[in-house]
Design a protein around this ligand. Structure first.
Ligand code: ADP
Ligand code: MG
Length: 381
């Protein structure tokens, strides 16, 4: 997998770019399916990033190429850009051009070459990395003066309204706003965030990401159904979003809902609580205690929200049995990645145990790597 963005640029467009920018994928320590309920999330940026080499054009044309795309150069005019007009992977960066123009930002044409080492479709937000790298490059090429949350929200708008994926703000806010050595505690209602120190090496801990490399098909439809279920529950309870139900009111609120909506409410309310608990533990300098919070989050996603799958359940159970401090699935569900908190000295052992369990179950080999909280979107050169 090439990550030499300048080489991709040179072979597609000749010559050299005006600059190179990067935006990372992310993990999420805790706070799953809370962002579209206006709740809390706690992501951190991965060292894995999408880089873009970019050059301004003065003729209103855009040319895009990606080392992870289908090989060809995608070309379109800014004039006439509308949702649906650019298909495939290029819809993500095209959507950013569209969202910027729609918001009244004076963006002209550009040549953009992407290269990424963020695993795609693994719940690690390669789509947000692609969008946020594009947004930062265009911001700086055209001197728009946007701030990190502003770019993130335009990137989210690109994914929602141009690509057509109804995601919340978690992925783009994380990719744009995270700071190395920290987790980013974000209130997705107010879009205010705070950096929370997360220096795991100092306490001998590591985060391990296990990409199961499975993505079960029912994911997309299920996501829309879950969102609709949460909205219906909020309507029935007379609140703006499920975030407004306090943990102490949970039992009474459940009584007011039909049986099928109760587990959704339970997950969202307890998950918001877990994010607040996790932040308090980090603030108190006790990251080791995050372990049980992660595992409780997984149980809630498995039993109440019902978005886990046999592969993620096996990875979590095996990691915990092999001595991890805690583990949970990340992302929308039905596959994707698992996050494991583990003492660094046991990292290899836990990873090996998961590999063996996958082999014994007849699953394909997972892809595992340590996640060090890294820098959000930034200029590389
Ligand atoms: P995730 O964001 O969890 O990785 P998504 O389904 O939201 O999964 O986004 C994955 C899609 O984003 C890919 O199928 C591809 O279309 C696009 N994508 C992401 N990164 C790149 C890249 N570097 N080059 C081309 N397309 C990419
Ligand atoms: Mg995505």
């Amino acid at each position: 997998m090439t990550t030499d963005t300048a080489a991709v640029f040179a072979s597609a467009f000749g010559d050299s770019p005006d600059g190179i920018w990067a935006a990372p994928g992310r993990i999420n320590l805790i706070g799953e399916h809370t962002d579209y309920n206006e709740g809390f999330v706690l992501p951190a940026a991965l060292p894995h990033a999408t880089r873009v080499a970019a050059r301004r054009r003065s003729d209103g044309l855009v040319r895009l190429v990606s080392a992870q795309g289908d090989g060809g150069v995608v070309e379109f005019a800014l004039d006439g850009l509308a949702p649906g007009s650019v298909p495939g992977w290029a819809a993500y960066p095209a959507g950013v051009f569209w969202a910027l123009a729609e918001a009244g930002h004076p963006v002209g044409g550009a040549d953009l070459a992407f290269a990424s080492d963020v695993p795609t479709g693994a719940g690690l937000s390669s789509s947000a990395a692609l969008e946020c790298a594009t947004a930062l490059a265009l911001d700086e090429l055209y001197g728009l003066g946007l701030d990190a949350p502003g770019r993130a929200l335009l990137a989210q708008r690109a994914e929602n309204a141009y690509v057509g994926v109804p995601c919340g703000a978690l992925d783009q806010m994380a990719s744009s706003c995270c700071v190395a050595g920290h987790a980013y505690f974000l209130d997705t209602r107010t879009l205010t965030g705070r950096q929370v120190p997360l220096d795991l090496p100092a306490v001998g801990l590591s985060l391990l990401v296990i990409d199961t490399r499975v993505k079960h098909d029912l994911g997309d439809g299920a996501y829309a159904d879950l969102r609709a279920g949460c909205e219906r529950a909020a309507d029935l309870l007379g609140v703006r979003a499920l975030r407004d139900v306090e943990a102490g009111e949970l039992a009474a609120a459940e009584e007011k809902l039909p049986a099928e909506l109760r587990p959704l409410l339970r997950h969202v309310v307890t998950e918001d609580r877990r994010v607040l608990d996790a932040v308090a533990l980090l603030d108190a300098g006790d990251p080791r205690a995050l372990g049980p919070v992660l595992t409780a989050g997984h149980a809630s996603l498995r039993d109440d929200y019902r978005v886990s799958c046999p592969e993620t359940d096996l990875a979590v159970a095996t990691a915990n049995a092999a001595g991890a401090l805690g583990a949970r699935m990340m992302g929308g569900g039905f596959g994707g990645s698992v996050l494991v908190l583990v003492e660094t000295g046991r990292l290899a052992e836990v990873e090996q145990a998961v590999r063996e369990a996958f082999a014994a179950a007849g699953y394909g080999a997972p892809h595992a790597f340590p996640a060090v909280p890294s820098q959000g979107a930034h200029r590389v050169q």
